[in-house]
Design a protein around this ligand. Structure first.
Ligand code: E4P
Length: 232
């Protein structure tokens, strides 16, 4: 499963892209509305930083407006994927945009039947929202599991994005279910780093090594010898 970052913040992408774990990003109007600056410049910078698909969402309610906005958003950067909210108009727009070769991420999908319609309209990605389902006491793991099963059984090639991720367990569940992608907020990505045994283990390795000061000298010499060999 590939990991995208779910954000409108360039600073968050700058931080986390350095980890080498990001395959793409998703934005949405709510996330971009929290940021200062031109939204187009933000999307372009995120595209450069992640070097993979970056979803930018249309706002119009009607298919014609969605298609026009989608074409314009796509021209921002070659990595832009047009995010289209699920609706009758959204399906029509997704079909038109993908027929033009523009990748579409159909968003706000909450059920297997919606997901099947999105895929049938040609959506490249189908974003299934886990956290918002759990918020209304619907088991998001069961719903996403049904979507994965339905897609696999029917040979559907649209990629499933697990979205509205609230905690690391959502990410692990999405991977186990077979989602191609999880789009994860920076806060959750940082939570995924942590385990007390990792912290304690690293401290113990360091402390043990420091009981042998000559080892530090040996490692320093190894690095310097390599650098000298490369320079000369
Ligand atoms: C991603 O594509 C969605 O816009 C996002 O995951 C929504 O997350 P939220 O439910 O936390 O707003």
């Amino acid at each position: 499963m590939r990991i995208f970052i779910d954000t409108g913040s360039v600073a968050e992408v700058e931080e986390i892209a350095q980890w080498g774990v990001l395959a793409g990003a998703t934005t949405n109007p709510s996330l971009l509305a929290k940021e200062d600056g031109d939204p187009g410049e933000i999307v372009k910078r995120i595209c450069e930083l992640v070097g993979g698909p970056v979803s930018a969402e249309v706002i119009s309610d009607d298919a014609k407006g969605m298609i026009e906005e989608g074409r314009a958003l796509r021209e921002l950067h070659e990595h832009v994927t047009v995010k289209v909210p699920f609706s009758e108009a959204g399906l029509e727009a997704a079909h038109a945009l993908t027929s033009d070769g523009i990748p579409v991420n159909m968003t706000l999908v909450f059920s297997p039947s919606q997901a099947l319609l999105a895929a049938s309209a040609g959506a490249t990605y189908v974003s299934c929202f886990m956290g918002r389902l759990d918020d209304i006491s619907i088991d998001s793991v069961a719903v996403v599991g049904e979507i994965v099963e339905a897609f696999r059984a029917g040979g559907v090639t649209s990629q499933i994005i697990a979205a509205s991720i609230r905690h690391p367990e959502h990410v692990v569940a999405a991977a186990k279910l077979g989602c191609e992608i999880a789009t994860v907020p920076a806060k959750v990505l940082r939570q995924m780093l942590n385990h007390p045994l990792t912290t304690a283990g690293a401290a113990k390795f360091k402390a043990d090594w420091e009981t042998r000061p000559e080892f530090a000298e040996w490692l320093k010499g190894l690095v310097e010898a390599r650098a000298a060999a490369q320079a000369g």
